[in-house]
Design a protein around this ligand. Structure first.
Ligand SMILES: Nc1ncnc2c1ncn2[C@@H]1O[C@H](COP(=O)(O)OP(=O)(O)OP(=O)(O)O)[C@@H](O)[C@H]1O
Length: 210
């Protein structure tokens, strides 16, 4: 199995005085690695560090076979590493759901018609087509999370970075989420406190100790 992400000796800068030491880990093709551990231990920070949003203080990070440390190393990863934020409001721009999901593909050069069709197909895969014309501010919390995921999937990522993807979802929506994620066949890093999700989706667990 080829290695997609490999981290060793990582310490993240969190504010002027604070560093977070992370355990070494690797993500291989075909894996769904669940990050578990106490609140505030650094799961979100780790996902954000993989995209260069949290500075690395020390250690080595390889993504897709190349060392990543400076901003220029991370820019090409923002697309291939598809991040679902813990708070979906951070990644919904609207105005409508369909516009929002089409935004990424348009940004990557697709014309409006292609991007619009891709958005509708992606929404349909999550059984969300009925929301297509809805303004994003009028979605429920669970709907926001699923629409944000549709936006990530429409970008055709190589790896998914999912931060508490089942937060705020009812049982039926969780089932849809699990099925859709498994259907993608993509490797994933998933930060979650949801034991059901960890059992259903995880192929391996990385515990960030207290
Ligand atoms: N923007 C920030 N600036 C400085 N420190 C931060 C920032 N965001 C988070 N932190 C701190 O970094 C530490 C790790 O937070 P992080 O959100 O990564 O934890 P987590 O394991 O994802 O927590 P949870 O399970 O509650 O989501 C915490 O102590 C938090 O207070």
């Amino acid at each position: 199995m080829s290695v997609l992400i490999e981290a060793s000796g990582l310490r993240l800068a969190r504010g002027p005085q604070r560093q977070l030491a992370l355990p070494d880990f690797a993500l291989h093709e075909g894996e769904r690695l669940c990050l578990v551990g106490p609140s505030g231990r650094g799961k979100t920070s780790l996902l954000h560090a993989l995209l260069g949003f949290v500075p690395l203080q020390s250690g080595s990070l390889q993504v897709f076979g190349r060392a990543r440390s400076r901003e220029a190393d991370f820019v090409p990863l923002r697309g291939p590493l598809g991040l679902l934020f813990q708070d979906p409001v951070d990644q919904l721009f609207g105005p409508t759901v369909a516009d929002d999901v089409a935004f990424g593909p348009r940004n990557m050069g697709q014309d409006s018609a292609q991007a619009g069709q891709l958005a509708l197909r992606t929404l349909a895969a999550l059984q969300l087509e009925h929301l297509a014309e809805r303004p994003v501010q009028q979605l429920s919390g669970g709907e926001q999370r699923l629409v944000a995921l549709a936006g990530v999937l429409a970008m055709s990522p190589r790896v998914l970075l999912l931060d508490e993807p089942s937060n705020g979802l009812d049982e039926a929506s969780c089932e849809r989420l699990f099925a859709c994620l498994l259907d993608t066949g993509l490797p994933m890093l998933i930060a979650s406190h949801d034991q059901t999700l960890v059992q259903r989706l995880g192929t391996r667990i990385l515990t960030l100790p207290a």
